[in-house]
Design a protein around this ligand. Structure first.
Ligand code: G3I
Length: 317
């Protein structure tokens, strides 16, 4: 059968997976990673704690390992992520900064990292998870010290460092219409009107069967598309309470199909990325005890109903 990437390409889309450095020693894992997908996201290797572990000391080991592997496999990179409140190095979080100091630290980090990967990545998640559930700004180090303008600054600095990378804001729980996605819509309108280089919005889509499918996903993607922005499903998984039953796996499969159809139905929804492809390396069990089975392949790399549903939704007959 054709790969998910080949099927997505027939629609002018990509189909990607996240990966992480420790898994790359698993050769059966890297074989499927290298063939089934045409877009790769480093799950941790490009985050601040990994890339600037000491102030001004940059370490590209993990990010480069994934970029080089992807290049050998003719895959593109969705780079992730420059500005986030999580997985920051201790030197950054263990002291106070004046606004002037922190602005300089942020600018240097963004420009050094984006320049390092210039020409090698398709896109950057420039700012990750900037809003609370109610649509107010998340009170991060960045927001508290620099105010909301840090987002426009980050986009401008990234654009200067790599004018060809597509620049995204990325978040979870914004798949459906609601306060949090409205906040992104308002911000995107404002940034576009101000001429800030924003190219797209990433909808992480960490879904859970117990919370229901976001049935307004397609309408939501479409309103961003009408602003002239790309959209992408960037970190898809569909978790469930364990044990997985045939019934839950069938519902999960339907959700994977529905989110794929939503993306295909909206112009400029450029692609779909799963947050790794096998339950063996999913982040879910460690973060949500008792939950899991969130990805299209199981722990033994056997395809689940979700994989077959993805194939069908992408048009394979
Ligand atoms: O590196 C240490 C290692 O030295 C130590 O032995 C081990 C023990 O637990 O922990 C390792 O760090 C872990 C790190 O992943 C690297 O594997 C952290 O504990 C763990 O918390 C961290 O989790 C990552 C998580 O982001 C952090 O919030 C996940 O792998 C990663 O998949 C996840 O990705 C995020 C996206 O960036 C943003 N959207 C949500 C998504 C899921 O949380």
């Amino acid at each position: 059968p054709p790969t998910l990437a080949e099927l997505a390409q027939r629609h002018g889309r990509y189909f990607g997976s996240a990966t992480d450095n420790p898994e790359l020693t698993d050769t059966a894992y890297t074989k499927l990673l290298g063939t089934e997908f045409d877009m790769i996201t480093p799950g941790n290797g490009m985050k601040w704690y990994a890339t600037e572990p000491q102030q001004g000391v940059f370490d590209w080991t993990n990010g480069d390992q994934i970029v080089n592997l992807a290049r050998r496999n003719h895959q593109q990179i969705r780079a992730h992520t420059l500005v986030w409140h999580s997985q920051l190095p201790d030197w950054l979080t263990s002291r106070d900064w004046t606004a002037t100091e922190l602005r300089a630290v942020l600018k240097k980090h963004i420009q050094t990292e984006v320049r390092h990967y210039r020409g090698k990545v398709y896109s950057w998640d420039v700012v990750n998870e900037a809003f609370n559930e109610d649509g107010s700004y998340r009170e991060t180090l960045w927001y508290k010290t620099l105010g909301p303008g840090y987002i426009a600054d980050a986009l401008r600095w990234a654009h200067q460092a790599d004018p060809h990378a597509r620049l995204y804001l990325n978040d979870y729980n914004i798949e459906g219409l609601g306060a949090k996605s409205d906040a992104y819509y308002a911000l995107a309108q404002q940034l576009r009107a101000a001429g800030v280089p924003l190219d797209g919005i990433g909808f992480q889509a960490h879904l859970a069967l117990q919370y229901g499918y976001p049935s307004t996903l397609e309408d939501n993607l479409r309103r961003f598309s009408r602003l002239g922005l790309d959209t992408a499903l960037t970190e898809v998984d569909v978790r469930m309470q364990l044990p997985a039953t045939d019934e839950k796996l069938a519902e999960q499969a339907a959700w994977y199909a529905d989110l794929t159809k939503a993306c295909l139905a909206v112009r400029h929804c450029v692609g779909i990325t799963v947050w790794d492809w096998t339950d063996k390396y999913s982040w879910i069990p460690a973060f949500f005890p008792g939950e899991g089975a969130a990805l299209p392949w199981d722990e033994t790399f056997a395809p689940k109903p979700a994989y077959f549903a993805l194939r069908t939704a992408l048009g394979y007959t």
